[in-house]
Each structure stands twice: as C-alpha cells, then as structure tokens.
Design a protein around this ligand. Structure first.
Ligand code: URA
Length: 238
C-alpha cells in the first residue's frame, strides 16, 4: 500500500496534508527516512514511525459498546446523537457502523465495525443468529407465554415469528425475563410481548451469536473486541 494512503487512512490528514508530513521528514520506514508519497509499504512487515512513534496499520476495527438509552443506532442523524458520535476520533476515522439496530430506548450489546462482510453474515436473515435480551415486562409473564413464544406468535402486521425461548426470571405485576430470538424484525421483542397483551418497559441486549455484553462497560462505554471474541465471530457458523 502507498505510504500516503496508509497514513491518510489512519487519520493523519488528507493526501495533501500527508504529503507535507512526508516532505517535512516526519516519517520513517524501517528506520529510513521516507519522503516519497508513492513509496510502497508492506503493512504486515514494515515498521512505520511518524515523529518517532510507531504506528500500526489495520483495515478493520471491532468495537463492543454498552449502548445507552437516548442514542440511536445509526451513523448519522439530523436530530439525535448516534452511537458513532460516542466514539473517539481515533476510532471514528475507520468509519465503523453499528451491526443491526437497537431501538433508541434499548440498552446493551452493540457491535460496531467497518467489516461489512462480518456484518452481513451476522445480519443475514438466512443465518438466524440468536440474540438474547433481558427485559422488564409490565404484567405477569406466565407459562402460557413461554409456550406461545415457543410456537411463534403473530405480530401486528400478521408476521408469524420463529420460535423464541422465553425464561422467566421473576414473575409478578412486573416481570423480569430473558428472551432469545433468532430474527431481527423491527421492534421484535416489544411486538412479541404486545402479541400476548403485555408491554416491555425496559429492554437490554445481552448477547449476539457468540458475543456477550461485557458487564464492566458502563452505559455509553465501549472497548475493542479481544482476539478471542474476534476469532469466535469469524468462526461462527449458525
Ligand atoms: N427488539 C425490540 O423491540 N427492540 C430492540 O431494540 C431490539 C429488539
């Protein structure tokens, strides 16, 4: 890859700005001064420094966010803050996007990446990637609801859902539940409860395929995925 493209991709400025950086003698490759913007770098082997600091090239970024309420799962929005607005500039330069959508008021696990192929694999309706949600329900969730979700329920638009696995953690006038579904219809969890006459008052995503929410992340915080998490996602077959 050309050195000017590499540096520009990594956020060191436009091609023009990077050209100046090179001309000013700020860049070395394997301890040799490089001033030619066309110089070819082997991004796996060569040691590149800018002002003496070694830089790592990479194409993809994989982030896990504990999505806070009030923020939308999009890259841009005219009115609301997006999950991308919560990222540091050093991560935003990779132009990542959220993999799938959580409602504005939903919290929890959100994968943010610029790896389109992985996103496609996780979102493809054919793959049925399971997702587990924790929810607080206004109303008493019962064994009948478990059976109804197991069979599939009919949503307000007539769509019949695939089987969902409902676990009641606490039942009462307000119930705590976990629901695992393998589809991602619009407002699916809320509409499934609506189909059995109940209302979701709090919703949090806990897992997506092999990825589980890191509970040490505060709402709005994020971190890079570990090697193990990335490997688990790459090797994931449904
Ligand atoms: N189901 C919903 O209803 N909302 C979400 O944000 C995710 C799943």
């Amino acid at each position: 890859m050309r050195i000017d493209k590499m540096l520009s991709n990594l956020g060191f400025g436009s091609r023009k700005e990077v050209k100046k950086l090179l001309k000013d003698g700020a860049v070395q490759v394997n301890e040799e001064l490089v001033k030619d913007p066309k110089y070819h770098v082997d991004t796996d082997q060569d040691v590149v420094t800018v002002h003496g600091e070694e830089i790592q090239y990479r194409e993809f970024i994989y982030l896990m966010m504990n999505k806070p309420p009030g923020v939308i799962s999009a890259t841009e929005d005219d009115r609301d803050q997006t999950v991308i607005d919560l990222l540091e500039l050093e991560d935003r330069i990779f132009e990542p996007f959220p993999v799938g959508r959580l409602d504005k008021d939903t919290e929890g696990l959100l994968l943010i990446t610029n790896d389109g192929q992985l996103a496609h694999k996780l979102l493809s309706p054919k793959k049925h990637v399971p997702k587990t949600y924790f929810a607080v329900i206004d109303g008493e969730v019962t064994e009948e609801d478990i059976q109804a979700f197991k069979r599939g329920v009919v949503l307000d638009d007539g769509y019949e859902t695939k089987p969902g696995e409902l676990v009641i953690l606490k039942s009462g006038i307000r119930s705590d539940i976990e629901l695992t579904i393998s589809e991602g219809k619009f407002h699916q969890v809320k509409r499934m409860f609506q189909a059995v006459g109940k209302r979701v008052v709090y919703l949090q995503r806990l897992t997506m395929g092999p990825l589980a929410l890191d509970e040490t992340l505060e709402l709005g915080e994020y971190r890079e995925l570990t090697e193990e998490e990335i490997d688990a996602l790459m090797g994931y077959q449904v």
